[in-house]
Design a protein around this ligand. Sequence first.
Ligand SMILES: C[S@@+](CC[C@H](N)C(=O)[O-])C[C@H]1O[C@@H](n2cnc3c(N)ncnc32)[C@H](O)[C@@H]1O
Length: 258
Amino acid sequence: MGNDLLDKLLQSAKYRDICPETVRRVWADCVKRYKKPRDVEKAAREALHGITGAFMTPQEARQLAYDMQAWYISKTDAGLERMLSRHASTRERLPLADMDALYERIFAASCRPESVLDVACGINPLYLGARGIPTVGIDISGAAVYAVNCFHESYGMPVSAECADVLFPGAIPSAHFDMALLFKLLPLLERQKTGGAVRVMEAVNADWLVVSFPTRTLGGRNVGMAVQYGAWIKAHLPAGRRIASSLETQNELFFALH
Ligand SMILES: C[S@@+](CC[C@H](N)C(=O)[O-])C[C@H]1O[C@@H](n2cnc3c(N)ncnc32)[C@H](O)[C@@H]1O
Protein backbone atom coordinates (compact mmCIF):
# COMPACT_ATOMS: atom_id res chain seq x y z
CA MET A 1 0.00 0.00 0.00
CA GLY A 2 0.91 3.64 -0.61
CA ASN A 3 4.37 3.40 -2.16
CA ASP A 4 3.92 7.00 -3.31
CA LEU A 5 3.37 8.05 0.29
CA LEU A 6 6.44 6.12 1.40
CA ASP A 7 8.51 7.82 -1.33
CA LYS A 8 7.13 11.18 -0.20
CA LEU A 9 8.20 10.44 3.36
CA LEU A 10 11.66 9.27 2.27
CA GLN A 11 12.15 12.52 0.36
CA SER A 12 10.56 14.92 2.86
CA ALA A 13 12.75 17.67 4.33
CA LYS A 14 12.20 16.31 7.85
CA TYR A 15 12.96 12.64 7.19
CA ARG A 16 15.28 12.45 4.15
CA ASP A 17 18.35 12.42 6.44
CA ILE A 18 17.16 9.37 8.37
CA CYS A 19 18.58 5.97 7.47
CA PRO A 20 16.22 4.80 4.64
CA GLU A 21 16.07 1.22 6.02
CA THR A 22 14.61 2.66 9.22
CA VAL A 23 11.97 4.67 7.37
CA ARG A 24 10.95 1.54 5.40
CA ARG A 25 10.93 -0.62 8.55
CA VAL A 26 8.76 1.86 10.46
CA TRP A 27 6.47 2.23 7.43
CA ALA A 28 6.03 -1.56 7.12
CA ASP A 29 5.14 -1.78 10.85
CA CYS A 30 2.53 0.96 10.44
CA VAL A 31 1.03 -0.69 7.35
CA LYS A 32 0.36 -3.77 9.53
CA ARG A 33 -1.40 -1.65 12.16
CA TYR A 34 -3.48 0.79 10.09
CA LYS A 35 -5.75 0.42 7.06
CA LYS A 36 -6.09 3.99 5.77
CA PRO A 37 -3.01 5.38 3.97
CA ARG A 38 -3.40 8.68 5.81
CA ASP A 39 -3.32 6.90 9.20
CA VAL A 40 -0.25 4.92 8.13
CA GLU A 41 1.56 8.11 7.15
CA LYS A 42 0.60 9.91 10.38
CA ALA A 43 1.70 6.96 12.55
CA ALA A 44 5.00 6.60 10.64
CA ARG A 45 5.77 10.31 11.03
CA GLU A 46 5.00 10.16 14.77
CA ALA A 47 7.13 7.05 15.24
CA LEU A 48 10.11 8.56 13.38
CA HIS A 49 9.80 11.75 15.39
CA GLY A 50 9.77 9.75 18.65
CA ILE A 51 12.79 7.59 17.85
CA THR A 52 15.01 10.22 16.24
CA GLY A 53 13.51 13.51 15.01
CA ALA A 54 12.69 14.78 18.50
CA PHE A 55 16.33 15.02 19.61
CA MET A 56 17.87 17.47 17.13
CA THR A 57 15.93 19.80 14.78
CA PRO A 58 17.27 20.62 11.29
CA GLN A 59 17.87 24.17 12.56
CA GLU A 60 19.97 22.87 15.50
CA ALA A 61 21.95 20.72 13.06
CA ARG A 62 22.71 23.82 10.95
CA GLN A 63 23.74 25.81 14.03
CA LEU A 64 26.01 22.94 15.06
CA ALA A 65 28.00 23.33 11.82
CA TYR A 66 28.72 26.98 12.69
CA ASP A 67 29.49 26.09 16.33
CA MET A 68 32.02 23.51 15.20
CA GLN A 69 33.83 26.05 13.04
CA ALA A 70 33.88 28.56 15.92
CA TRP A 71 35.09 25.90 18.37
CA TYR A 72 37.95 24.93 16.06
CA ILE A 73 39.24 28.50 16.06
CA SER A 74 38.90 29.07 19.83
CA LYS A 75 39.08 25.46 21.21
CA THR A 76 37.34 26.70 24.36
CA ASP A 77 35.11 24.64 26.65
CA ALA A 78 32.39 27.27 26.14
CA GLY A 79 32.51 26.52 22.41
CA LEU A 80 32.33 22.76 23.03
CA GLU A 81 29.41 23.28 25.39
CA ARG A 82 27.58 25.27 22.69
CA MET A 83 28.07 22.40 20.22
CA LEU A 84 26.79 19.79 22.68
CA SER A 85 23.73 21.91 23.46
CA ARG A 86 22.41 21.31 19.91
CA HIS A 87 21.14 17.77 20.70
CA ALA A 88 18.65 17.08 23.51
CA SER A 89 20.60 14.14 24.98
CA THR A 90 24.00 15.84 25.29
CA ARG A 91 22.27 19.09 26.33
CA GLU A 92 20.83 17.28 29.35
CA ARG A 93 24.36 16.41 30.55
CA LEU A 94 25.58 20.03 30.55
CA PRO A 95 27.22 22.14 31.93
CA LEU A 96 30.46 20.72 30.60
CA ALA A 97 32.02 20.48 34.07
CA ASP A 98 29.19 18.07 35.01
CA MET A 99 29.78 16.06 31.84
CA ASP A 100 33.51 15.80 32.61
CA ALA A 101 32.67 14.70 36.15
CA LEU A 102 30.19 12.13 34.83
CA TYR A 103 32.77 10.54 32.51
CA GLU A 104 35.34 10.51 35.33
CA ARG A 105 32.84 8.51 37.41
CA ILE A 106 32.07 6.17 34.49
CA PHE A 107 35.76 5.52 33.76
CA ALA A 108 36.59 5.06 37.46
CA ALA A 109 33.82 2.43 37.64
CA SER A 110 34.98 0.60 34.48
CA CYS A 111 38.15 1.42 32.52
CA ARG A 112 39.81 4.39 30.83
CA PRO A 113 39.07 3.39 27.22
CA GLU A 114 41.36 3.84 24.26
CA SER A 115 38.60 2.87 21.85
CA VAL A 116 34.86 3.49 22.19
CA LEU A 117 31.88 2.31 20.15
CA ASP A 118 29.01 4.74 20.69
CA VAL A 119 25.80 2.96 19.67
CA ALA A 120 23.00 5.37 18.61
CA CYS A 121 25.51 8.09 19.31
CA GLY A 122 23.66 11.31 18.51
CA ILE A 123 26.45 13.92 18.75
CA ASN A 124 28.04 12.43 21.89
CA PRO A 125 31.25 11.48 19.92
CA LEU A 126 31.97 15.21 19.61
CA TYR A 127 32.52 15.32 23.37
CA LEU A 128 34.66 12.17 23.41
CA GLY A 129 36.70 13.27 20.38
CA ALA A 130 37.32 16.72 21.86
CA ARG A 131 38.61 14.96 25.00
CA GLY A 132 40.96 12.84 22.86
CA ILE A 133 39.11 9.52 23.08
CA PRO A 134 38.91 7.71 19.69
CA THR A 135 35.26 6.92 19.06
CA VAL A 136 33.21 5.20 16.36
CA GLY A 137 29.52 6.08 16.34
CA ILE A 138 26.42 4.60 14.71
CA ASP A 139 23.09 6.34 14.36
CA ILE A 140 20.05 6.50 12.08
CA SER A 141 20.23 10.30 12.13
CA GLY A 142 22.09 11.42 9.02
CA ALA A 143 22.50 14.89 10.55
CA ALA A 144 24.23 13.52 13.67
CA VAL A 145 26.44 11.20 11.60
CA TYR A 146 27.35 14.05 9.25
CA ALA A 147 28.36 16.26 12.21
CA VAL A 148 30.57 13.51 13.69
CA ASN A 149 32.29 12.80 10.37
CA CYS A 150 32.76 16.52 9.75
CA PHE A 151 34.48 16.76 13.16
CA HIS A 152 37.03 14.29 11.81
CA GLU A 153 37.30 15.34 8.18
CA SER A 154 37.36 19.12 8.68
CA TYR A 155 38.87 19.37 12.17
CA GLY A 156 41.00 16.22 12.55
CA MET A 157 39.27 14.85 15.66
CA PRO A 158 39.59 11.07 16.28
CA VAL A 159 35.95 10.20 15.58
CA SER A 160 33.87 8.67 12.80
CA ALA A 161 30.28 7.52 12.39
CA GLU A 162 28.11 5.26 10.22
CA CYS A 163 24.50 5.94 9.31
CA ALA A 164 22.93 2.56 10.11
CA ASP A 165 20.01 1.00 11.94
CA VAL A 166 21.27 -1.26 14.73
CA LEU A 167 18.14 -3.39 14.51
CA PHE A 168 19.40 -4.75 11.16
CA PRO A 169 21.86 -7.66 11.24
CA GLY A 170 25.45 -6.63 10.55
CA ALA A 171 24.95 -2.95 11.48
CA ILE A 172 27.16 -3.26 14.57
CA PRO A 173 30.88 -3.48 13.73
CA SER A 174 32.47 -6.82 14.59
CA ALA A 175 35.73 -5.09 15.65
CA HIS A 176 36.67 -5.10 19.33
CA PHE A 177 36.36 -1.94 21.47
CA ASP A 178 37.45 -1.26 25.05
CA MET A 179 34.04 0.20 25.78
CA ALA A 180 30.64 0.47 24.13
CA LEU A 181 28.18 3.16 25.13
CA LEU A 182 24.44 2.62 24.76
CA PHE A 183 23.13 5.83 26.23
CA LYS A 184 19.38 6.39 26.39
CA LEU A 185 18.84 3.79 23.69
CA LEU A 186 17.47 0.54 25.11
CA PRO A 187 13.86 1.69 25.78
CA LEU A 188 13.80 3.23 22.28
CA LEU A 189 14.90 -0.09 20.76
CA GLU A 190 12.30 -2.08 22.69
CA ARG A 191 9.68 0.32 21.40
CA GLN A 192 10.83 -0.41 17.83
CA LYS A 193 11.27 -4.18 18.19
CA THR A 194 10.54 -6.38 21.19
CA GLY A 195 13.75 -8.15 22.23
CA GLY A 196 15.82 -5.73 20.11
CA ALA A 197 17.60 -4.17 23.10
CA VAL A 198 19.10 -7.43 24.35
CA ARG A 199 20.04 -8.54 20.82
CA VAL A 200 21.91 -5.27 20.26
CA MET A 201 23.73 -5.52 23.62
CA GLU A 202 24.75 -9.07 22.74
CA ALA A 203 26.02 -8.06 19.27
CA VAL A 204 28.51 -5.56 20.69
CA ASN A 205 32.14 -6.71 20.98
CA ALA A 206 33.50 -4.69 23.91
CA ASP A 207 35.05 -5.36 27.32
CA TRP A 208 32.74 -2.86 28.97
CA LEU A 209 29.22 -1.95 28.07
CA VAL A 210 27.88 1.22 29.63
CA VAL A 211 24.13 1.66 29.25
CA SER A 212 21.99 4.54 30.43
CA PHE A 213 18.32 5.36 30.88
CA PRO A 214 16.57 8.70 31.18
CA THR A 215 15.03 9.26 34.61
CA ARG A 216 12.98 12.28 33.55
CA THR A 217 10.66 12.86 30.63
CA LEU A 218 11.80 15.25 27.83
CA GLY A 219 9.65 17.83 29.68
CA GLY A 220 11.70 17.26 32.88
CA ARG A 221 9.14 15.34 34.98
CA ASN A 222 10.15 12.57 37.38
CA VAL A 223 7.62 9.77 36.87
CA GLY A 224 9.44 6.86 38.56
CA MET A 225 11.53 5.83 35.53
CA ALA A 226 14.68 5.09 37.57
CA VAL A 227 12.99 2.29 39.52
CA GLN A 228 11.34 0.90 36.40
CA TYR A 229 14.52 0.88 34.28
CA GLY A 230 16.65 -0.40 37.18
CA ALA A 231 14.39 -3.46 37.38
CA TRP A 232 14.35 -3.80 33.57
CA ILE A 233 18.13 -4.00 33.13
CA LYS A 234 18.45 -6.58 35.94
CA ALA A 235 15.87 -8.73 34.13
CA HIS A 236 17.42 -8.24 30.67
CA LEU A 237 21.17 -8.64 31.16
CA PRO A 238 22.89 -9.83 27.97
CA ALA A 239 24.42 -13.31 28.13
CA GLY A 240 27.74 -13.39 29.99
CA ARG A 241 27.47 -9.88 31.46
CA ARG A 242 26.97 -8.73 35.04
CA ILE A 243 26.29 -5.30 36.50
CA ALA A 244 29.64 -4.09 37.86
CA SER A 245 28.32 -0.76 39.11
CA SER A 246 25.63 1.83 38.68
CA LEU A 247 25.55 5.59 39.06
CA GLU A 248 22.89 8.24 38.82
CA THR A 249 22.85 11.91 37.86
CA GLN A 250 19.94 14.34 38.12
CA ASN A 251 18.29 12.98 35.00
CA GLU A 252 20.08 9.78 33.93
CA LEU A 253 20.81 6.34 35.35
CA PHE A 254 23.94 4.45 34.23
CA PHE A 255 24.99 0.81 34.52
CA ALA A 256 28.48 -0.48 33.73
CA LEU A 257 28.23 -4.09 32.50
CA HIS A 258 31.32 -6.25 32.40
C1 LIG B 1 17.91 9.65 23.13
S1 LIG B 1 19.01 9.83 21.78
C2 LIG B 1 20.57 9.40 22.57
C3 LIG B 1 21.78 9.90 21.81
C4 LIG B 1 23.13 9.57 22.49
N1 LIG B 1 23.25 8.13 22.74
C5 LIG B 1 23.28 10.33 23.80
O1 LIG B 1 22.82 9.82 24.83
O2 LIG B 1 23.83 11.43 23.79
C6 LIG B 1 18.65 8.34 20.90
C7 LIG B 1 19.45 8.19 19.63
O3 LIG B 1 19.19 6.88 19.10
C8 LIG B 1 19.12 6.95 17.69
N2 LIG B 1 18.39 5.73 17.28
C9 LIG B 1 17.10 5.40 17.53
N3 LIG B 1 16.81 4.21 17.02
C10 LIG B 1 17.94 3.74 16.41
C11 LIG B 1 18.25 2.55 15.69
N4 LIG B 1 17.34 1.61 15.47
N5 LIG B 1 19.51 2.40 15.21
C12 LIG B 1 20.45 3.38 15.41
N6 LIG B 1 20.21 4.53 16.07
C13 LIG B 1 18.96 4.71 16.58
C14 LIG B 1 18.43 8.29 17.44
O4 LIG B 1 18.65 8.78 16.14
C15 LIG B 1 19.05 9.18 18.52
O5 LIG B 1 20.21 9.83 18.07
